[in-house]
Design a protein around this ligand. Structure first.
Ligand code: SF4
Ligand code: SF4
Length: 452
C-alpha cells in the first residue's frame, strides 16, 4: 500500500480514532470505480485546489484523494490517515472546474464522506464538535434563539472586552473562529407567507429562507423578496420550512439530509410554484441534486427530481426572466466574489455579473485567483480554523487589492469568512449580497445604503 501521507508540508492531524475491520467501503454507494477511472492523473487540478496550494502534499490534492478512494475501493481498510485527507477537502469543487477529463469529484467525495461517517469512529473531541455543530446549524429555530444573546453580547461592550482580553485565543482557535464569524445582527421582521407580484405576474416562486441566512442575514431574505416581487414574481414563503440538508449531505450525514429533503419537498410541493428560488450558493447546489439524493426512495424519487428541476439560484432566475423594474444609479466600485458552490458547483458566474452591470454607474472589478476558496466551505472553517484563516487572509488581500468600495457575493458563509479576515487585517469594506445591491438600485436608495 502506498503511504497516504507522501509529499511535503503535512497539515495538522486530528483524526486518530479506531477503524472498523474490513475494507474501507461497504456496498451502499461506495465511490464509483468507473468515476475514479475517469481520472487520468494529469494534475491540471492541482493548482486549483486550495489544500494543495496550502500544503503542497499530493494526498491533499484532488488526484491524491481520488487515489486514496481507489485504494479503498480495492479493499484497503479506512485508515485514520485516509480519513484525514478526505476531511481536509473543502468540497469547493474548484477541481471539477479545472479538470479537462470531466471527473465527477463532487459525486466521489460525497459518496466517500457518507462511507466515512458510517464506518469510521472519530476521536472524542472531533465527534463532539461535529455533534454540537449539527445539533445547531441545520435548525433555523435554534439558530434564531441565538440572535438575542448574540445581539446583547455585541451591543453590551462585552465583545470588545473579550477581544482585548485575548481570552478566546487562550481557549483555542475554534472558539476564536466562531466568535469572529458572527455577523453584526439587525432586527428585521420575518417575511410574510405570500407576497404578491408587483404589476403583471410573471411567475410563482417558492423561496428558501435558509438556516444561517434566515437567522443571521434576514436582511438578505427581505431584499430577495422585494426584488422578486418587483420583477413580477409572486413569492411563497411557508414559515414551517426547515433546512434543505446541504450542510448534512456535504458532511456525509446522508440519512439526516434525506429527512430534511423529504420535509422540504412536502412543504413546497403543493404551493403551485413554477420555480424554487435560493439565495445561498451551498443550499442551491444541493437542492439541484435532490433527484440523485432521493433516487433510492420509491416514494420520493420522482417528486425529488421534479422539485430539483424547479430550483434556481436567485441570479440565475432574475437573469433568465429579464428585468422589468427600473434600475437607479449606484455610483460604486464593486468586487464580485464567486462563492464556490455558485461558480464551481452550479456554473453560475455570468448571471450575477450581468445583473450588477445592469445597474447604472456601478463599476465591476474582478478579484485575483477567483477559483480559490475563501476557506469558509460550510463548516470547514470551524473544523479547520487555522488553514481556513490562511485562505481567508489570502482572499481578503485579493479583495482589498481591487480597490473596490463594496464586496458582493451570494453565500452567507463567504460573507462571514471574508469579513472576519478583513477584520483581522484591520481593514473594513462594505459587504452585500447581490440581492441587496439590486434592491438598493430598484428602490433608489443610493450608494450610501450599502456602505457601513
Ligand atoms: S473540492 Fe476543493 S479542496 Fe477538495 S480536492 Fe477539489 S479543489 Fe481540492
Ligand atoms: S481529477 Fe482531472 S485534472 Fe485532476 S488529475 Fe484527475 S483527470 Fe487530471
Amino acid at each position: 500500500m502506498v503511504d497516504a501521507t507522501w509529499g511535503t508540508g503535512e497539515p495538522p492531524r486530528d483524526v486518530l480514532g479506531p477503524v472498523h475491520d474490513g475494507p474501507a467501503f461497504d456496498d451502499h454507494h461506495p465511490p464509483r470505480a468507473d468515476l475514479i477511472a475517469d481520472c487520468v492523473h494529469c494534475g491540471f487540478c492541482l493548482p486549483a485546489c486550495p489544500t494543495y496550494v496550502l500544503w503542497g502534499a499530493e494526498a491533499d490534492s484532488p488526484r491524491g484523494r481520488i487515489y486514496l478512494m481507489n485504494e479503498g475501493v480495492n479493499g484497503e481498510p479506512l485508515s485514520g490517515s485516509m480519513v484525514e485527507h478526505f476531511d481536509k477537502c473543502l468540497g469547493c469543487m474548484s477541481c471539477v472546474t479545472a479538470c479537462p477529463s470531466g471527473v465527477q469529484y463532487d459525486r466521489l467525495i460525497e459518496d466517500t464522506r457518507a462511507q466515512v461517517e458510517r464506518r469510521f469512529t472519530r476521536d472524542r473531541g472531533d465527534a463532539l464538535l461535529r455533534r454540537a455543530i449539527f445539533a445547531l446549524f441545520p435548525h433555523p429555530r435554534r439558530l434564531r434563539l441565538l440572535r438575542g444573546p448574540l445581539r446583547a453580547y455585541q451591543k453590551s461592550g462585552l465583545q470588545r472586552f473579550v477581544a482585548r482580553s485575548g481570552l478566546l485565543e487562550r481557549l483555542g482557535p475554534t472558539l476564536t473562529t466562531l466568535e469572529s464569524l458572527a455577523p453584526r445582527l439587525h432586527k428585521v421582521p420575518r417575511p410574510p407567507r405570500r407576497v404578491p407580484a408587483r404589476g403583471a405576474r410573471r411567475a410563482v416562486v417558492g423561496m428558501l429562507t435558509g438556516c444561517v441566512q434566515g437567522a443571521f442575514f434576514p436582511e438578505v431574505n427581505s431584499a430577495t423578496v422585494r426584488i422578486l416581487a418587483a420583477e413580477g414574481c409572486e413569492v411563497v414563503i411557508p414559515p414551517s420550512q426547515g433546512c434543505c440538508g446541504a450542510l448534512s449531505v456535504h458532511n456525509g450525514r446522508r440519512e439526516e439530509a434525506l429527512g430534511f429533503a423529504r420535509r422540504l419537498i412536502d412543504t413546497f410541493e403543493h404551493t403551485g410554484m413554477d420555480y424554487f428560488v435560493v439565495n445561498a450558493a451551498g443550499c442551491g447546489s444541493s437542492l439541484k441534486e435532490y433527484g440523485e439524493l432521493l433516487a433510492d426512495d420509491p416514494l420520493y424519487q420522482a417528486r425529488a427530481a421534479a422539485f430539483a428541476a424547479k430550483v434556481r439560484d436567485l441570479a440565475e432566475l432574475l437573469d433568465a426572466l429579464g428585468p422589468v423594474a427600473p434600475r437607479h444609479p449606484l455610483p460604486l466600485t464593486v468586487a464580485y466574489h464567486d462563492a464556490c458552490h455558485l461558480g464551481h458547483a452550479q456554473g453560475i458566474r455570468a448571471q450575477p455579473r450581468a445583473l450588477l452591470r445592469g445597474i447604472p454607474e456601478l463599476r465591476l472589478r474582478e478579484i485575483a485567483d477567483p477559483e480559490l476558496c475563501c476557506g469558509s466551505a460550510g463548516i470547514w472553517n470551524i473544523l479547520n480554523p487555522v488553514p481556513a484563516a490562511e485562505l481567508g487572509d489570502r482572499k481578503a488581500a485579493n479583495v482589498l487589492a481591487t480597490g473596490a468600495d463594496l464586496l458582493v457575493t451570494a453565500n452567507p458563509g463567504c460573507m462571514m469568512q471574508v469579513t472576519a479576515a478583513l477584520n483581522r487585517q484591520g481593514a473594513t469594506m462594505a459587504m452585500a449580497h447581490t440581492a441587496q445591491v439590486l434592491d438598493a438600485s430598484i428602490r433608489n436608495l443610493g450608494a450610501a445604503a450599502l456602505r457601513p
